[in-house]
Design a protein around this ligand. Structure first.
Ligand SMILES: CC(=O)N[C@H]1[C@@H](OP(=O)(O)OP(=O)(O)OC[C@H]2O[C@@H](n3ccc(=O)[nH]c3=O)[C@H](O)[C@@H]2O)O[C@H](CO)[C@@H](O)[C@@H]1O
Ligand SMILES: C=C(OP(=O)(O)O)C(=O)O
Length: 423
């Protein structure tokens, strides 16, 4: 297993290109199941999660080819498609559950393993099930699999209000409703940029959708969708992660492809902490204003609130802030696993339920630490970049799920970082 070695060595200076979003690409890929014609995604990130989704789609019978070292992915579902998503692949990645909506819409039935939980918390699917039931799907859980079918073979338009604005359930509902007969309305829909990106791609494929990005999405079902080419939206979480690098280490970094609108709540918190963020023609320029970062309180919420996927990285920043910060995690019940690892580096953190209180210290000290999940991994790298001495982050396979070429990108800005190949 590989590890990453980081040495704290002062301010960073440079330019970091931001890739296409993992969480968008993982929902755009299953959209290929909705049409016999090919779907091509450009600006795809090169990540192990994308390879897992490729494996899942191939196991269903989709032909997938990657060009430009994986930056362009073409998928074709014209052959025989199996509607069964096997546990062995689904268990590796939560996003596998996004094949349920499109399989059901195109074939009228699907058998998809439940994803189970993961390090950050439970991954239930009741909201997905209720939303698809509103379109006429009958779904029952047997042997760990969701068995879904629709009488007559075609979903019917329906109106549904979700009890929580689930991102995954909104995506499954959208992909199901585009081929349903009649009009569907989803209320209390998720508003994340990845939802808007999916809707944009589906529109290119011939779907009729309006209201995406707002809490009410309306879909007029069509009989068939066609092929399309679509660029994956910028990864706002990778963006926010690299914005935190100069915030923690000092210096100035420009993140190419970044926009404040992707991360407005996060940018407000950076401003409050004393970090300057400027939108340029090609991205976002980030620099630490004079002196130490100030403590700020953070509450994670669905978009447009502060993203849960940036909570761990923000905690790394606040470990060395002046004063006490409170972070409240409202999306996942177990998303503070990085706290004890940061404490190994000298951070002063108390975790109680969904709250973490961080008493800022002047400087962290390098230590061997362990990555427990994707965003926790990168928070430890960020912390290590500003710590005194060496930090070795082990179990970085979590990191490879969501960050491409992390060492290269940080190295280019003057960081001391290297990958130690494991066996
Ligand atoms: C709202 C939110 O921030 N969602 C995040 C979530 O999306 P993802 O789609 O994985 O998760 P959801 O938005 O569906 O779930 C968020 C919350 O709803 C609960 N839930 C979800 C579905 C369901 O059927 N029943 C249920 O109770 C989950 O347990 C969790 O507490 O993880 C992704 C990867 O980290 C992030 O990119 C998303 O921004
Ligand atoms: C936890 C994440 O991904 P997933 O939901 O795919 O596990 C993430 O992107 O931070």
């Amino acid at each position: 297993m590989d590890s990453i070695l980081v040495k704290g060595n002062g301010p960073l200076q440079g330019v970091i290109p931001i890739a296409g979003a993992k969480n968008a690409c993982l929902t755009l890929m299953p959209a290929t199941l909705l049409s016999e014609e090919p779907l091509t995604l450009t600006n795809a990130p090169r990540l192990s999660d994308i390879r897992t989704m490729t494996q899942l789609l191939e196991s269903l019978g989709v032909e997938v080819s990657a060009l430009q070292a994986g930056k362009v992915i073409t998928m074709s579902s014209h052959g025989q498609i199996s509607p069964v998503a096997d546990y062995e692949i689904v268990r590796k990645m939560r996003a596998s559950n996004l094949v349920l909506g499109p399989l059901l819409a195109r074939f009228g039935h699907a058998v998809v393993s439940l994803p189970g939980g993961c390090a950050i918390g439970a991954r239930p699917m009741d909201i997905h099930i209720d939303a698809l039931a509103a379109l006429g799907a009958e779904i029952e859980l047997r042997d760990g699999y969701l068995h879904a079918k629709v009488a007559g073979g075609r979903l019917q338009g329906g109106v549904h209000e979700m009890r929580f604005a689930s991102v995954g359930a909104t995506e499954n509902f959208l992909m199901a409703a585009v081929l349903a007969k009649g009009t569907s309305v989803l209320k209390n829909a998720a508003r994340e940029p990845e939802i808007v990106d999916l809707a944009d791609c589906l529109r290119k494929m011939g779907a009729q959708i309006s209201g995406d990005g707002s809490p009410t999405i309306e879909i007029q079902g069509v009989d068939r969708l066609h092929g399309a080419t679509h660029p994956v939206v910028t990864d706002r979480i990778e963006l926010g992660t690299y914005m935190l690098a100069p915030a923690i280490c000092g210096g100035e970094v420009e993140c190419l492809g970044g926009k404040i609108s992707l991360l407005a709540a996060f940018c407000e918190k950076l401003d409050e902490a004393g970090i300057s963020v400027t939108e340029t023609e090609r991205g976002l320029k980030v620099a630490r204003k004079n002196g130490r970062v100030k403590a700020v309180n953070v509450v994670t919420e669905p978009f447009p609130g502060f993203p849960t996927d940036l909570q761990a990285q923000m905690m790394a920043l606040l470990c060395t802030a002046e004063g006490t910060s409170v972070l409240e995690e409202k999306i996942f019940e177990n998303r503070f696993m990085h706290a004890p690892e940061l404490m190994r580096m000298g951070a002063k953190i108390e975790v109680q339920g969904g709250h973490a209180t961080v008493h800022g210290v002047e400087r962290l000290k390098g230590a061997p630490v362990m990555a427990t999940d994707l965003r926790a991994s990168v928070s430890l790298i960020l912390a290590g970049l500003a710590a005194e001495g060496e930090t070795v982050v082990s179990r970085v396979y979590h990191l490879d799920r969501g960050y491409e070429r992390v060492e290269e990108k940080l190295l280019a800005c003057g960081a001391h970082i290297e990958r130690i190949q494991g066996n």
